[in-house]
Write a protein that binds this ligand. Sequence first.
Ligand code: GRG
Length: 305
Amino acid sequence: MTAPTAAEYFDLGEYLRTEAVRVNRALSLAMEKAEVLLPAELHAAARHAVLSGGKRLRPVLCMTAYRVCGGKSPRVSELAAAVELIHAYSLAHDDLPSMDDAELRRGRFTTHRVYGEDAATRAGAALIPLAALQAWRGALAVGCDRDTARRVVTELCLAGGAGGMVGGQALDLRAEEACVSASELDRLHALKTGALLTASLRIGALAASAPAPILAALDAYGRSVGLAFQVTDDVLDATANAEQLGKRPSDMALGKTTYVAVHGLEAATRRAAAEVGRARAALEAVGVDDPALHALAEYVIERRW
Ligand code: GRG
């Protein structure tokens, strides 16, 4: 009988819960500080967008990468909160009537459903500079010098911008009316979902002064995990119900080109598993054997919401 590996011992459920508590604390504090910056109605809408649940996967990846690269500051949750602020804005905008027109998100009413379209749009926009500020302050809080802090903020802005998430969303909107090839679908999601997920890891690694080969390996891990995540999102949209997802499945109704539509359910599921294998191999190639990173990659395809 072989002894269980560290990854088999690892309790991911407990890890995710503990880390999410830290992230939520940092996000609550960030939103408290933002109270003086935003008018009351806008602040309430932004708070709703940020503090209404969610898996907190991106900040958890950021904090994990930071520690794997030798980072020691407990204040890394403040830095990690920055990527979640960008994620929260993107979800609030993605749910708007002019986009996915969604009523539910994370089992609750969406921001525009509660506060109206105008407030949800402005609150989402207000979260973008708030995220940049959070990244800057978070980087300094964990002890980065100003050059590294600038790199961290740049990383976040590039991943969230037209060459990253916003660019991916633009391609996605266009794809609703056009026929998309398999490689175009990969590119779209590498930008829309992969860029921010990868930046989360890179930001954690940069803040811990990771050497270039480790940064590159985390980058490759992030790109594969990002694709696996999106393929799984499409599989869940096609197979799970609203109660499991915390939102109404919408890809079919919106006529979206998904991995399931292009490849079929089985091939899409195989693709997600293959990407997880690639992610793990990227880490192994540089001798990073971290149970949390391995377990997080598996979780991305095994999750049910
Ligand atoms: C107007 C072109 C334009 C861009 C605006 C709206 C937007 C920017 C970008 C959309 C980005 C987007 C919604 C990506 C989807 C990523 C995704 C799969 C989200 C679900 O993430 P989870 O499962 O959600 O981590 P939780 O709820 O757990 O946080």
